[in-house]
Design a binder for this molecule. Sequence first.
Ligand code: PEP
Ligand code: MG
Length: 354
Amino acid sequence: MRVSHHARRNALKDLIDVPAVTSDGVAIKLSANVGKVADAAMAAAFGAEGIGLYRTEFAFFAHAQFPTEEQQYQVYRTAADHVRPSNVVLRTLDVGSDKLLPYFPLPAEANPSLGRRGTRLLLGHPQILRTQLRAILRLSATHPVSLLFPMIGGVEEFTAARAAVESVKEELRREGQSFDPRIPVGAMIETPSAAVTARWIAREADFLSIGSNDLVQYLLTTDRTSMEMAAYYEPLHPAVIQSLKFVLDAAAAEGKTVSLCGEIAGNPAYTALLLGLGVTSLSVAPGEILEIKRVVCSLSMAAARQVAARALAAGTILEVKACIAGAPEPAPQREEIFQRRAVQRWRGEGGAGP
Ligand code: PEP
Ligand code: MG
């Protein structure tokens, strides 16, 4: 099974230099989700159009204490060098809940997944945020980078995060340090409140990025890391389909770009549906780029829109599934991937080094 998978990947290598364009001429941006520098090298090797999501947690998991500004700058820079001149979307530290840093003890909470996490947490620890923003802004002087804030709950959190960026810019200006004054600043849409207010968030943000892993978890109130709940964690739930459409339309109405970077972006069973809903930018694990490109090139937008129209009219998971050509990955395989990725990501066990 593993061997045939490997052979298929090798066959896909012919697609590395082929643009991701549907059979009726619509270009789809395919960028990579990266956690470690080695992923960035792989992203470049597979022809990714830059890094659509750099999970900076990994740079923190690789240390026994908070990495300094210089340590962060060096790691981000090495990753950015791999994909230069393409863009790197650096997501600020997303810890809290089940993503815990051993050297960052947080007060116990009865429901940590509903507690301090991501941007909320960092806004309460301005020194950690400031150090990271300084590293990223300094990198923006020489490399095309964007900033992305995770777990945004609404406009207020996003504007507070943007204000922190402005204040760090001011500090760097005073010190005579270079940075890109127009660095794009984006918001992740991965909570129901952000999805519902996406139109207003899009007005304040330079771009949006849909984090479907958390969006599904919070929309369906189902723990994404729980094996017991795996049957309930269903990206083809009509609530998810309607929310994706709502966010895509909101971004389009405000003239802002939106990318999708959750696991469903890298699952070929969802590609027609996602394109039909209006997704034009997908960020996926480096090893998934070529398979998704193969599907994109074989699809027509007319067919994709038909799939999406039927899915949008469906009121049950079964009806949505019936609209999708080809079954999604069988559940056991998906659960296994989930569990492996969750453990690697949250506990920093994906191997040594940033
Ligand atoms: C997501 O939630 O979809 C996402 C991309 O972020 P993470 O998986 O790192 O929480
Ligand atoms: Mg997330």
